[in-house]
Write a protein that binds this ligand. Structure first.
Ligand code: NAP
Length: 175
């Protein structure tokens, strides 16, 4: 369907699969410096990033400088403000838009509904997961988990990023 664009998701998580304490929290309050360095080094390799409205709000200043696509129900049709485009996935074709923009490499930065959207459409070609050695017990899950579905990923690499045991896992979508 989309042979020319590669979608890569980046996610930092606790051991128990939580990506934030609540939707308003900045993930950088608990993620490691080493993950931040890896993430910042990775981003220039992408033509655009995709985020949900809440994730956009917590990182607006940084995301305004990139080609950013923001999923939101607050717009009826695509709205462009500088390099940021607000899209309603219910009445706009996201993949058509990305094709039109000729983006070849797109980073999916979350949150859960955005990761889910690409996963359900079988468009999460690569998944980069940083596991911080923490357990939250509650909080925002990595995916929305509305319906049980098994997606298979193949591990490409595993790397320990620091002494405390932050682990970077890179997966490729298999089927
Ligand atoms: N640790 C990490 O790697 C990581 C990564 C990303 C985010 N986070 C954290 O996660 C939290 C955000 O969580 P969140 O659950 O609020 O996720 P979010 O995806 O950032 O925001 C959800 C909002 O995005 C819009 N949206 C997303 N997907 C949509 C879809 N398919 N259709 C229509 N609208 C859609 C909706 O906005 P409207 O209400 O405007 O319709 C929805 O309310 C923040 O604290 C952020 O820092 C952590």
């Amino acid at each position: 369907m989309f042979p020319r664009t590669k979608f890569t998701a980046f996610v930092a998580t606790s051991i128990d699969g939580r990506i934030a304490k609540n939707p308003k929290e900045l993930s950088s309050t608990w993620t490691s410096k080493e993950d931040w360095v890896f993430f910042q080094k990775s981003l220039p390799g992408f033509d655009a990033v995709v985020v949900g409205f809440n994730t956009y709000k917590v990182s607006e200043n940084r995301l305004k400088k990139r080609n950013t696509i923001v999923f939101t129900s607050k717009v009826k049709k695509p709205k462009k403000v500088g390099s940021v485009t607000f899209l309603n996935v219910n009445n706009s074709d996201v993949f058509d838009f990305i094709k039109k923009m000729n983006y070849k490499k797109v980073a999916i930065l979350g949150g859960p509904r955005v990761y889910d959207f690409f996963l359900k459409n079988k468009m999460l070609h690569e998944l980069s997961v940083t596991i911080e050695p923490l357990v939250f017990g509650a909080g925002v899950p990595m995916f929305t988990g509305e319906k049980f579905t098994k997606y298979n990923f193949e591990l490409q690499s595993a790397k320990r990023l620091n002494k405390k045991g932050t682990i970077l896992l890179k997966y490729k979508y298999a089927s």
